[in-house]
Each structure stands twice: as C-alpha cells, then as structure tokens.
Design a binder for this molecule. Structure first.
Ligand SMILES: C[S@@+](CC[C@H](N)C(=O)[O-])C[C@H]1O[C@@H](n2cnc3c(N)ncnc32)[C@H](O)[C@@H]1O
Length: 414
C-alpha cells in the first residue's frame, strides 16, 4: 500500500528528535541515519524544519501537552514525541490542523494514536498560541542568567544567512546585486531561506557563509601585511579565509581530516592560500615563529543555538566541564609556542561563562601575558566590549539587524 504523502518527513523528524533528546547527538550527526531513507530534498528540508522548530519551542510545546493531559505523559513516550512535532507544524510552520493530523498521526497506532488525537484536538479547539519568544529550559535559563531573556528573543526564528566577502571593497555592489543587507564592509546578510550554494556567484568564490559574530575573531587581528599567523583549530576554514584575505600568511591546523578536506575545498573555491597542517595541536610543535595565533577553540557551541537548537537540550555541566579542560590544554600549548610580542586571540562560539569569561580570567591569572583590550572603535555600532576589554556577543545583540551568534573573544600580547 502506498504510504501517506508527507509521512516520511514526519518520521524523519521524529527520528532526529529521538537522536538529539535520547542519545544526545547533534542534529547534524543524526541526519544521515534519520533522513537517509527520505528521497526528495524538499521532504528532508521539511523534516529538518519540523525538528528544528520542535527543539526551539520544546518547553512551550510540552507545557501545552501537559495542560491537555490528565496524567503527565513520560518524557520519552512516543505520543509526546509525535504531539511535539504536530504542534511544531501547526503553531510554527503554519500547517492546517487537519493536514497535521493526516500526516503525523499515522506514526502512532491504537491507544497512543487515540490519545495524541484527543490532546491535539483539545489544543486546536482552545486555539492556543505561543509566547512571543521561546521559553528556555530551566537549566539553560539559569546558566545564561542576565542574558537569557534577550537570547530567547533572538531565538524566536531561525537566523538569516551571513556571508563574508573576500574583497570588502565589493560590499556595496554585491549587496545591491544579491539583495543583501550589511552590518559592516565585508559582511552581507541574506534573507532567510536563500538557497546560498545554488547562487551563481557561489562558484566564483567571492564569498563564503559565516555568521557575523564568527567573523569578529579574525577581524580583531586586523591587517596582516604579510606577517605570519597560526590559525589553531582552523577547519573548515572560515577564519583561515578571512585571515588570508586580510593579508596574513596563514598556517591552518586542525585534527579532523574530514574538516580539513572541507577547508581545502573552501580555499580552492575562493582562490585563497594557507599552509594546511592536519595534526593534533596537543602533539604538534611548530617549526617557525608566528606573529599572531588565533585559537578558535572546540567548545559546546551553544552560541549557535539559533541554527542548532539541539544545543538547548544536549549541553549540560558535564559537556561544559569537558570542553573547559580541552580548551585549557590547547591554550597552554599555544601560549608556550608564541614568541615575545606576538598576539594571542582566544575565541569560542559558546554562551557559557566557563568557556568564555572564566577562561579569560584563568588566562590572566595563569600566564605572563599583557591584556590587549578590544576597543569600541573596532566594533560595529550596537556592540561594545566588556569592562575588561573582552567581547561577548549573543543572539539578542543587534536585534534590528537580525541578531548574531554567541561568541566570546579576548586578546593578549605575550
Ligand atoms: C570551532 S571549530 C573551528 C572552526 C574554524 N576555526 C572556522 O572558522 O571555520 C573547532 C575545531 O577544533 C578542531 N580540534 C579539536 N581538537 C583539536 C586538537 N586537539 N588539535 C587540533 N584541532 C582540534 C576540530 O576538529 C574543529 O574543527
């Protein structure tokens, strides 16, 4: 018998959610197994959109489900999972309730199916609505403290797509040609959903996709003028390409062969150059001295929660602690290699104080480095450095321009 059209996308979304919420996988890691059997790109995109919206608004969907059941459904009960994605389709993706019922209920049978049908019908009759911004899980709200409310406001929708231009002098002409906005020269912001890699100018190699916040660590190293920089933890090469286009002689090191391959492809497409080293930074010894080092350290990546809402549910104290240790080992190696006078930039795309502010304070205490405060005139209007001269961005910053990822950046001189 032919399968209900649209059912594979809902089944794929349910598998994605199960992988994230039960097994702690990232959405990206889960995709191959969860969506492998889905034929069309449109259905795969729909599965991703349903799972993404479910993870973004999970706390609110669960509150609605709980308001319509006499006995609380267990966290991992299948009817709760199916109801979550039904609510994502109805309340976030605008699918009419009858179409939601037709395409998602076949994921259940018997009693669970009747239960989900009943709960969904109760909620549609009540004409429930969502709050203006998603409610963050309690543990996340506590961790993000004073930033939490603004971050939640910035999380309401998936973000627009930022590009970094190889040649900043082309900003105005490319913005007009591509219908883009721009925060500063060298940056373009494309409307959400633009099929970026299918745009004719992609193959030309004049730009690459990179969130504006992720463009700041390399920007804060300024023009290279032919000097040497070690881009430590470099793949897939967003910051390597920026540094090369800013005139640095770049050595780009990363442990991951798969990500190094992406970096090679990116450099080939953009025609930019870097010496590539595939090595574990903890076992590497550089053969030459560098004028600057950028450590874009591995982290929990909670700053990318707008595009990867799985981090809202996967990351907790254990993962943060593990990353803090990895970062400290990398920081100690990196600082040890630097000659006197060299600049050290530390960056993480994390919203966790332990990986950002507390890590910078630890560097101040533990090493003989001179702080090199980031100044307001190096930053666009609307973003200011902290008292200590560090930079903290998050999705609630620059709301009129559409927000930006969460990053922490700090700088020293040896
Ligand atoms: C935040 S990502 C880097 C993103 C990159 N800088 C960019 O702008 O495209 C962190 C990177 O650290 C790499 N990494 C993790 N542990 C490492 C190690 N011990 N040595 C070298 N690279 C490592 C990962 O493979 C990953 O590519």
């Amino acid at each position: 018998m032919a399968e209900t059209p649209g059912l594979p996308a809902r089944r794929g979304a349910l598998k994605l959610l199960d992988a994230v919420l039960r097994r702690g996988e990232t959405l990206d890691q889960a995709e191959k197994a969860a969506l492998g059997g889905i034929k069309g790109p449109a259905d795969r995109a729909l599965a991703r959109a349903i799972a993404g919206e479910t993870l973004r608004w999970l706390t609110d969907f669960d509150a609605l489900i709980d308001s319509a059941t006499k006995k609380r459904l267990p966290e991992d009960a299948k009817p709760r999972g199916v109801l979550r994605l039904m609510l994502a389709q109805w309340l976030r993706l605008g699918t009419p309730p009858h179409a939601v019922i037709a395409t998602a209920l076949p994921l259940l049978s018997g009693g669970p199916r009747r239960l989900a049908h009943g709960v969904f019908s109760t909620l549609t009759k009540r004409e429930v609505t969502l709050p203006e911004a998603p409610t963050l899980p309690d543990a996340v709200r506590m961790r993000w403290g004073g930033m939490a409310e603004d971050i939640a406001a910035g999380l309401t929708d998936p973000p627009e797509v930022d590009l970094c231009l190889k040649d900043a002098s082309e900003t105005a002409s490319r913005a007009v040609a591509m219908g883009a906005g721009s925060i500063v020269p060298g940056h373009l912001r494309m409307p959400r959903g633009t099929p970026i890699e299918r745009m004719p100018s992609f193959e030309e190699g004049a730009w690459w996709v990179q969130d504006f916040a992720a463009q700041l660590p390399a920007r804060l190293l300024g023009d290279g003028g032919g000097k040497r920089v070690l881009d430590l933890c470099a793949a897939p090469g967003g910051k390597t390409m920026q540094l090369a286009s800013q005139g640095w002689q770049v050595t780009a090191l990363d442990i991951s062969e798969r990500r190094i391959k992406l970096m090679r492809d990116n450099l080939a497409r953009t025609g930019l150059e870097a010496e590539i080293v595939n090595a574990d930074a903890l076992a590497y010894r550089p053969a030459k001295a560098f004028d600057a080092l950028l450590l874009d350290a591995p982290c929990t990546a909670t700053g990318t929660c707008r595009r990867h809402p799985d981090v809202l549910h996967r990351i907790g104290p254990r993962q943060i602690e593990e990353m803090v240790e990895v970062q400290r080992a990398l920081i100690a190696r990196a600082i040890d290699w630097l000659p006197e006078g060299a600049t050290f930039n530390y960056a993480v795309c994390s919203l966790e104080r332990e990986e950002g502010e507390e890590q910078a304070a630890w560097i101040d205490e533990s090493f003989d480095l001179e702080p090199l405060p980031i100044t307001a005139d190096e930053l666009p209007d609307g973003i200011a450095p902290t008292e200590q001269g560090w930079l903290r961005t998050h999705p609630g910053r620059l709301p009129a321009a559409g927000g930006l990822d969460g990053f922490f950046i700090a700088r020293w001189k040896k």
